[in-house]
Design a protein around this ligand. Structure first.
Ligand SMILES: C[S@@+](CC[C@H](N)C(=O)[O-])C[C@H]1O[C@@H](n2cnc3c(N)ncnc32)[C@H](O)[C@@H]1O
Length: 725
């Protein structure tokens, strides 16, 4: 029997392999258009194509019910290892280490947490969120507000929702997938043993298996091995075998293993948001036509809206509700868009006429793409601080303002009351500067969620706000999310955050001290002409001639050029030229990175061919066959100004260099760091490596320092996460 199943699985995999071969053969016959090729490469490069990303799981509860029924049958027969419900029960299956890790992770439960076994009414879920530490506290806040009883943070990227499955967490900004946990263990081997003992039967469907790593476990099994071995077990559970297609219409029951610091969880994927529906296109804020440098991150905006509306989301329904969410400082409209995507009635205003135009353009762009959606949020030009500003519910007739969300103005680009913030580059206004706005906003709504550059909870409490909770949105205390749930809150908001406001402020203080030390240690005063006349200076050029296919890519190139200016500031013996520096990148650099003040690099509108003798040029390309050994001051090392993932793997820089018959070379990364998975580096990383080598350091030393650790075999944040756990 077993061999029969194996042969069936083999047959399926062979068929799948063949299915993959055919389109490739076709693609050779008919060359894809450059755009199609780019899209294909992007799909390959993007995370969404990796096994860890969950394909959309549409028919949620039917799968869950069916699985529960079949596991009940298994339990009845008493010959199977039954799946357990209850997060605690699942963790109890784990080994001693797993249980200890879990106890550490769940330590907050003893200190007044709300998740107890008695309260667990439905099967709990593990909610996977994006693995972004900067956003994690916002997700934690949102999970705490939205789920009842509150979800508990297990670690960055992973929550346990005691009453998951009722759909509440599915509206959360960070939710990537929900998993009904079936088994858990400290190591993959132990988990595999348990899962092998389960012998589940899925009668009518194919099965699929996914693996995701939230954080790398100390006793880890390689991802390939996890996938291979668990797939083998899961494949046997259905006579229809495996169907790993990412097709939304696939009817397969999806199982997953998630690896975290606390151990491995195995479970049934009960929900994963769809990335491809029309509404998904309409909700992708990254596609907005107008960008605003002081804009709020889309995930943070959605988290704010969710927290603000969590007590009574139906009241905010644009069609049937009587309440409206207002953002009185709407800027480009991120908060309003987030509310609109949830079908809420929203309205906003801004003191700046430019911002009002921007918000209207952005919102109408999305509304036009989702005709079935609710009406476009109202946006008006209004100073939120004038008396009576809220009297007409920001133009929403018949509705009352019940929730107020705002990213409060701060810093160099925006100041309270409009204006340029006095050219301040500091992260925020002081809490006392916010006081007039906070006082004004206090009585106009029941609930408030603010994003600010400094902590304002203390100020808010002093002004009489009730039920105030504040979290830092990043480890280094640059922005904060403060919620005041007023008297509507049934219980105080208790997010289980990754780092506290105090931690963040202490980190920020330490960091700015360190930065100050670093700055005061070295700053070059060498004139540009001196650099270029120094025969020993390292000559580097960045070739900015590449066409970037998105604003994001242009912004990223400009940012990296700005980073390189910082390197030149510190390196006296560096003569750096930006070639072909004109057009959109130059504009982007001027507008967002103040390129008018870049004094340590030469910005040359000429191409590399015009600016240098071709015999001196060594064009750096990760695809070159020549391996660079020494760095020679008589040469010019040209780095391609490419960042877009879409161009990766397309040998873009090599093609460009070959077209002009330049000598091409690559850094000896593969030779010195075979474990490095990606050899395509940022522009500034290449420049730093060349500088280090030019100073006489060994390749090993420079790679140790400059190669991004994230791409090496071990993750840099692992220890920090372990500490947090
Ligand atoms: C941090 S930005 C908001 C960003 C916005 N959430 C977005 O995503 O684009 C702050 C905004 O507050 C506006 N502002 C400043 N003072 C204001 C006031 N007194 N009344 C209304 N808006 C104000 C600024 O013009 C700016 O657009």
């Amino acid at each position: 029997m077993r061999s029969m199943i194996h042969s069936r699985v083999d047959a399926i995999t062979t068929r799948q392999r063949d299915a993959r071969v055919i389109p490739m053969a076709r693609s050779i016959a008919r060359a894809p258009t450059p755009r199609a090729a780019r899209r294909r490469v992007r799909a390959r490069a993007s995370k969404s194509s990796k096994g860890g990303r969950f394909p959309p799981t549409a028919i949620v509860d039917a799968r869950h019910d069916e699985f529960a029924r079949s596991s009940d049958r298994a339990r009845g027969r008493k010959d199977e290892r039954a799946c357990d419900d209850g997060v605690e029960a699942i963790w109890a299956l784990s080994s001693r280490e797993g249980a200890a890790a879990c106890a550490r992770l769940w330590a907050r439960d003893d200190a007044g947490g709300t998740t107890t076994k008695r309260e667990t009414t439905t099967t709990p879920r593990i909610v996977l969120t994006h693995k972004n530490e900067n956003l994690y506290n916002a997700y934690a806040c949102e999970m705490a507000a939205v789920t009842r009883p509150a979800a508990r943070a297990m670690e960055v990227g992973m929550f346990a929702a005691a009453n998951g499955g009722d759909g509440t967490t599915r509206a959360c900004a960070g939710t990537r997938a929900e998993i009904m946990p079936l088994a858990c263990a400290a190591s993959a081997e132990e988990l595999l043993e348990t899962v092998e003992g389960m012998r589940v039967r899925v009668e009518t469907r194919a099965v699929a298996f996914y693996h995701d790593c939230v954080a790398r476990n100390a006793r880890r099994m390689s991802s390939d091995e996890v996938s291979r071995r668990f797939r083998g077990v899961v494949a046997r559970w259905s006579a229809r075998g495996l169907d790993d297609s990412r097709d939304e219409r696939s009817n397969a029951m999806r199982f997953a293993v998630v690896e975290g610091l606390g151990g491995y969880v195995f479970g049934l994927v009960t929900y994963a948001p769809s990335p491809s529906s029309l509404s998904a296109r309409a909700v992708d804020w990254a596609r907005k036509p107008r960008h605003f440098s002081a804009g709020t991150r889309a995930e943070i905006a959605l988290a704010c809206v969710n927290v603000a509306s969590a007590h009574d989301p139906r009241a905010f329904d644009a069609r049937s509700g009587d309440s409206v969410i207002v953002d009185p400082c709407c800027g480009s409209g991120t908060m309003l868009h987030a509310a609109w995507t949830r079908g809420f009635a929203a309205a906003g205003g801004d003191v700046s006429p430019g911002a009002v135009v921007m918000a209207k353009q952005n919102l109408s762009h999305f509304v036009a793409r989702a005709p079935e959606s609710s009406a476009m949020p109202n946006v008006i030009e209004r100073d939120a601080l004038v008396p009576g500003a809220f009297d007409d519910a920001y133009g929403c007739k018949g509705k009352r303002v019940r929730a107020l969300v705002a990213n409060l103005p701060f810093g160099r680009r925006v100041a309270l009351g409009g204006g340029d913030g006095d050219g301040r580059s500091a992260p925020g206004a002081s809490a006392s500067e916010y006081a007039p706005a906070l006082e004004k906003f206090r009585d106009v709504a029941e609930r408030h969620v603010f994003i600010s550059g400094v902590p304002i909870a203390h100020e808010m409490r002093a002004l009489g706000y009730e039920n105030v909770t504040e979290v830092s949105l990043c480890r280094f205390g640059k922005s904060f999310m403060t919620t005041a749930l007023g008297s509507t809150a049934t219980a105080p908001l208790e997010p289980s955050v990754a780092f506290t406001v105090e931690d963040a402020l202490a980190n920020a203080a330490g960091k700015s001290e360190k930065q100050w030390e670093k700055k005061s240690k070295k700053k070059s005063n060498v004139e540009l002409s001196e650099r270029f006349s120094n025969p020993d200076a390292l000559r580097v050029a960045v070739d900015v001639s590449y066409e970037q296919d998105s604003t994001r890519a242009r912004r990223s190139v400009a940012k990296q050029l700005c980073e390189c200016v910082g390197i030149a500031h510190r390196e006296d013996a560096l003569a750096m030229t930006y070639c072909d520096f004109s057009g959109p990148i130059a504009e982007e650099s001027r507008e967002f990175f103040f390129s008018d003040r870049w004094s340590s690099v030469k910005m040359d509108p000429r191409s590399v061919e015009e600016a240098f003798d071709a015999r001196d040029v060594v064009y750096m390309s990760p695809d070159a066959s020549e391996v660079l050994d020494e760095v020679d001051a008589s040469k010019v090392y040209v780095v391609g100004g490419i960042v877009d993932l879409a161009t990766r793997g397309m040998r873009t820089s090599l093609t460009r260099a070959n077209a002009s018959s330049f000598r091409c070379a690559r850094l000896p990364i593969r030779e010195h760091r075979p474990e490095q998975t990606h050899t395509v580096l940022n522009i500034d990383a290449v420049v730093k490596i060349l500088c280090g080598r030019h100073r006489g350091e060994s390749w090993d030393d420079v790679f140790d320092r400059e190669l991004p650790k994230r791409q090496a075999a071990e993750r840099p944040k692992r220890e920090r996460r372990e500490r947090l756990a």
